[in-house]
Design a binder for this molecule. Sequence first.
Ligand code: ADP
Ligand code: TRP
Length: 323
Amino acid sequence: MRVLSGIQPSGRPHLGNYFGALRQYINLQAGNDPFYFIASYHALTAIQEPELLREYTMGVAIDFLALGLDPKQAALFTQQDVPEVTELTWILSCVTPMGLLERAVSYKDKIAQGLSPNHGLFAYPVLQAADILIYLSDLVPVGQDQKQHLEMTRDIAGKFNQQFEEVFVIPEPYILDSTAVVPGIDGRKMSKSYGNEIGIFEEGKALKKKVMSIVTDSAPVEAPKDPSRSTPFLLLKLFASDEETAEWEARYKAGGMGYGEVKKRLFQLIDEYFAPYRERRRELETDTDYVMDVLKEGGLRARAVAQQVMHRVREATGLRTTY
Ligand code: ADP
Ligand code: TRP
């Protein structure tokens, strides 16, 4: 089965990215044929500083490998190493109704945040559809916020298949209920664009400070509390064993527990969980040649598939080339 997903190099990955997406990337490696890429064309809609884009792209590649992505099983590559996706984007644009794009929640969200929109931001879901369809992907692991983009991809694939030929596979999203929306330190969805994230590779004092600053209500220590509405508990649940989670749940409900206590434990759990990955990351940072080789090889593997599919797309649409 072709598993495919992408992540924008728009900053350092955070706990939401890890539990919502990256962990599934790793878990789905064995026995599948996964393609994971760094969505730099998408990031260009917002990041227009070349140095920064290069730095984040390399950073995300190192993060993936440090977290256990195995280049023998999965192709890891950058989006721009398969320029055919931009060609497919144009072709798909011509079967995408304007109304479909106008309903895109993420576009509306970004405008609401005050971003002045460029055409790339508006056309973003078509590029994402091309990313997915060009590799005939079956399964796309993502967080809840990408659900609408997956629905749009399915619609666009259907429109193409109907208008021309059945070239594209209709992909399925893979979204785990338990980690669909990881909250950030202010209780909203954790996101780089809200500045409320805890980075996967944060550690020590900086990490502790972040965790201790998680927003909670002002219920006194004695009061019984509702764990299901408490950010420290919701994050702790991602790391703690079932037994420990049940204990904290009982303590919340009984009262007599302050939020400081649960935050301290959360800090320890995050720090311990990622310690081996931080170690691996430090090693990879000193071996950027290896990382570049992995990206290069992954790009070649992915591009070979994309070129075959594009040949079929050109034939199906009547866009025959002369060479
Ligand atoms: P951000 O919102 O921080 O810019 P991205 O858009 O780069 O994150 O997301 C990359 C992947 O991580 C996507 O699959 C997305 O659905 C997932 N993801 C992002 N934030 C969360 C979150 N808070 N909870 C669960 N999944 C998330
Ligand atoms: N839009 C996705 C995000 O912000 C990134 C992305 C681009 C993607 N192309 C994709 C995710 C293809 C899955 C499949 O997270």
